[in-house]
Every structure is written in C-alpha cells, then in structure tokens.
Write a protein that binds this ligand. Structure first.
Ligand code: UDX
Length: 478
C-alpha cells in the first residue's frame, strides 16, 4: 500500500499508539553510531524526539557525547552540539540504558562483506538484537535499518522471540534508509520516501509516531513524503534493489564510455543527450572512475549471493557484469597513465619507476572522508605498484587514506602534491580540484599531463594552459 503523508487526510492519523514508556512521543534509540546511526540520532533529536545513541565503541561514544562527529559529514557537527545542549540527545555504551529508555529501537549497525565471500556479515545485527532483546522488560518495537539480505527481518523476529520475555510482546519492523554520504542530514530530515515493513497495526502506528517529525516538517514546507507500507521481504528488497539499480546505471554509462573510447565519441555529451529523456533522466549518469564506498559495491555482491541461495542466481547475473565494468574503469586510468608517459603497458602493467604521480582525491566521493572501497585509493595503489612515486592529497580523507594505503606518500596541500609531478591524476571530484587553476599548476609540475578520471575539469581550459588532457570516455583534444 502506498500512501503520502501529510496530505492524504484519511491516512494522516492512523490508529493512535501510545508509547509503552508512557512518554508523549516515542523515545528513540539508535544502535550503531556510524554514518547511518549517528546521523539519524542527531536529526531525530533535531525534530524534537528524545534520543539515545548506542555503540560498543567507547571512543566513538566519548567523541559524540563531547560534541565531536567521528567522521566528516557537512552540517552534522553543528546539529550534534545544538541537540546535546537541549538535553534531548544522549549517547551510551550500555544496553541496559537503551532497553530501559526506548520505545522504538533502530538497528543501524554495519553489515560488511564477509571476509570469506560475497555475502553480508550479519554478526553485528545478531549481537545488537540479542543483547538488546534480553534486557527488554516492556513492549517495544525493534526496527531494522541496516542493509540486509532478504529474509533477515524474519530471523531477527525469531531472535527477539527467543531472547525477550514473551509477556513483553516485543515486535519487529523493517524500515530501510537511503542516505547518501555528503547529503546525509538533508536525506534524513527530508527523505524522498519512507518504507514501513510491518506485521501489525500497532507497529505501523508506532512507526508513524516515530516519523511524525518528518511528516510535520514536510507539511510546514508544503511537501509530501510518500510512505510505502509493506511486508518484511519487500521492505528489505527495496534497499538492495535501489542500490543495484543505481550501480547498474553508473556501470551502464561507464560501459558506454568504453564504446566511446573505441569509437572516438564523447560519453559526457552522450550522457547529456540521453539524460534529457525523462524516462532515463540525467542523474547517476556521470561516467568516470565508477562507484565505490561502503554500500554499492558490497550490496550488489551480497544481493547476488542471496539470489543464488534463493535459487534465482541467474536473475542477478548481470550484476556480476556491472561489477566487472566498474573494476575495469580503475585499470583504464593505469592504461592512460602509461600512454601519457609513453611507457609500454605490458601484461604485467607498465613500469613507471622514476616518475612522480600526483593523485588528487582519496575518498570514494567528494564531501566525505570515507575511503572504504574507494576507486581513488584503489587506483593510487595500482599506480604505486607500477614503481612510480605516488603522492596523494585529499581535502578530508588524508587520515583514513594513510591508514588504508601507507605505501603512498601524502602531501599537505594540492600545491605540494603536484610540485615536480610528471602526471596529475584527478580521482575524486572535490570542488578544490574542479576550480584549480591549470595555468598556475602548469608552473609547478615537471610535465603538463593530467588524467581527469571524474570528467570534472574544463578540458578546453586545461588544454589551452598547455596540458595534455585525458578524460574517461572522451576523445583527446589537442
Ligand atoms: C549510496 C546510495 O546512493 C544511498 O541511497 C544508499 O543509502 C547508500 O549507498 P553513497 O554510498 O553515499 O550512497 O554514495 P553515492 O552518492 O550513491 O555514490 C556512490 C558511488 O558512485 C561514488 O563512488 C560516486 O563517485 C559514484 N558515482 C555516482 C558515479 O561514478 N557516477 C554517478 O553518476 C554517480
């Protein structure tokens, strides 16, 4: 059933549900204070809820309690400090406190790829749910937000029934999230849809109450928030299907980039031209270095693994191809580097020893410090393996990048990174790189060669400043 809040009057006031704690509005807890849980905790406090964030990591909780966001997310620091000040937002490492406080418990822990294969590792979900369930003494709703294989919600329900006291009547619901790093605050306060995977009127009513802040904000701004009320399996699939679609869209345009490279066409113009068709749309159609991050790569792999288990592996076989196209873009940068530096690119890769390469960008996308499965760092590593001296600069991701790729050298500024470089590779489209002055940089480098792996620079301006420019899926201008 699809309904739109707040304008659908009939559904605006579903069965009122009183929070089991006796509070006026449901008290919310968020278990796992990574990018997802911390952002949700802060934003729901901002919407007026009493919120308790939980994590097993004491240093993370100490930082959050002290008003420091342990990762880079625009706008979140201010909101955290503001809401700690109101007293509505607190953080803890105690399951007892979470159990005693909350009416609705959101499970926001990570579900990384298992080290031994493509499937998702559900051990953090299991730990959070079992530890919470055994401490609950009254009715509550446990809501899964983590991205999980279809079927997980039912398993969580079994865990809850096994570990929580039967008389409490604890229920489970599933409500996936779609926040994008860099826009996380906006995505939580103003979601483009909300999904309620529920099994009872009570769960739906309490979830509605727990999201009333979202609907009220929309009403004030004269917007609607579509709500899809559905079963567990559909709710779980919504998330992975959406991410599979986004990954496919990116790999589609990157496959076109390969064809453009072979035929002399320009993928940026091609994307613009097909994107004007509203059935296709121009979003997520930027060809370049492909997708990375903590979600898309692992989600498409876990989705395939789950489909295989369900006996429908063939249906998702194309996602394997999506993954391969994505990986090939990384290799393409090495090929372009060899071409520009006039070195032979043999089966073992080119030998670029004795050359200095400036790598601009380490994070998987701009406005984030996240380097998990970052295409930029993967390319930096490949460049390092060619024997070149690789000097990395990133506006926000340096600390995490150094931990992930200690083999590379790190420069404090863009200028330091490019000084004396034989080749400059722009691997993440930070504003600072887009607006860099090619005339000034030309004076610093040893060779005016640039690879624009995100197609984010003005090709003509760079060529006019004397640079040999190579983009992705675009013919070389001279
Ligand atoms: C993604 C989904 O967008 C979000 O809804 C979900 O909740 C989590 O996963 P995120 O990982 O923050 O969010 O990043 P996103 O903005 O989707 O970008 C993913 C990757 O795709 C980045 O590496 C980005 O550079 C790349 N990308 C994106 C492209 O290469 N081309 C595009 O056109 C768009």
């Amino acid at each position: 059933m699809t309904i739109a809040y707040p304008n659908n009057q009939a559904l605006q006031n579903p069965q009122p549900v009183s929070p089991p704690s006796g509070a006026q509005r449901p008290r919310l807890t968020f278990l796992g204070t990574g990018y997802l849980g911390a952002t949700y905790a802060v934003c729901f406090a901002e919407m007026g809820y009493e919120v308790l964030g939980f994590d097993v990591d004491e240093s993370k909780i100490a930082k959050l309690s002290g008003g420091e966001v342990p990762f880079h997310e625009p706008g979140l620091d201010e909101l955290l400090r503001k809401n700690l000040g109101t007293g509505r937002l607190r953080f803890t490492t105690s399951y007892e406190e979470v159990a005693a406080f909350g009416d609705v418990h959101f499970i926001c822990v990570g579900t990384p790829q298992r080290p031994d294969g493509p499937a998702a590792d559900l051990s953090y979900v299991e730990t959070a749910v079992t530890n919470l369930a055994q401490r609950l003494t009254r009715k509550a709703l446990i809501v899964g937000k983590s991205t999980v294989p279809v079927g997980t919600a039912e398993w969580v329900e079994e865990l809850v029934h096994r570990f929580s006291p039967a008389e409490a009547g604890v229920e489970v619901a599933w409500s996936p999230e779609f926040l994008q790093e860099g826009f996380a605050v906006e995505d939580v306060l103003r979601p483009n849809r909300v999904i309620f995977g529920v099994r009872s009127e009570w769960a739906q009513g309490l979830l509605y109450a727990a999201h009333k802040g979202v609907f009220d904000l929309a009403q004030n701004e004269d917007r609607e928030v579509p709500v899809v009320v559905t079963d567990f399996a559909t709710a779980e699939l919504v998330k992975v299907a959406a991410n599979a679609f986004l990954a496919t869209k990116i790999s589609f345009i990157n496959a076109m980039a390969e064809v453009c490279e072979a035929s002399g066409a320009d993928v940026a113009q091609l994307a613009r031209a097909i994107g004007y068709d509203p059935r296709i749309g121009n979003k997520f159609l930027r060809a370049g270095l492909g997708f990375g991050g903590a979600c898309l790569p692992k989600d498409i792999r876990a989705f395939q693994a789950r489909a295989q288990e369900l006996g429908v592996g063939e249906a998702l076989r194309f996602l394997h191809e999506v993954d391969l196209i994505n990986q090939r873009r990384r290799q393409r940068v090495i090929q372009l580097a060899a071409e520009l530096l006039a070195r032979h690119n043999g089966p073992a890769g080119p030998d670029l020893s004795g050359l200095k390469i400036a790598v601009l960008g380490a994070t998987f996308k701009p406005n984030s410090d996240d380097v998990r499965d970052s295409p930029a760092l993967a390319v930096a590593h490949k460049l390092y393996r060619t024997g070149a001296t690789v000097v990395v600069y990133d506006p926000e991701g340096m600390a995490l990048a150094e931990r992930e790729l200690p083999e590379a050298s790190y420069a404090k500024t863009l200028t330091d990174a490019v000084t004396g470089a034989d080749l400059v590779c722009v691997l993440t489209e930070w504003e600072e790189f887009r607006h860099a002055d090619p005339v000034a940089l030309a004076e610093l480098v040893a060779g005016r060669r640039v690879i624009d792996a995100r197609n984010c620079l003005d090709q003509l301006v760079w060529v006019r400043a004397g640079w040999q420019y190579r983009g992705m899926g675009r013919p070389a201008l001279t």
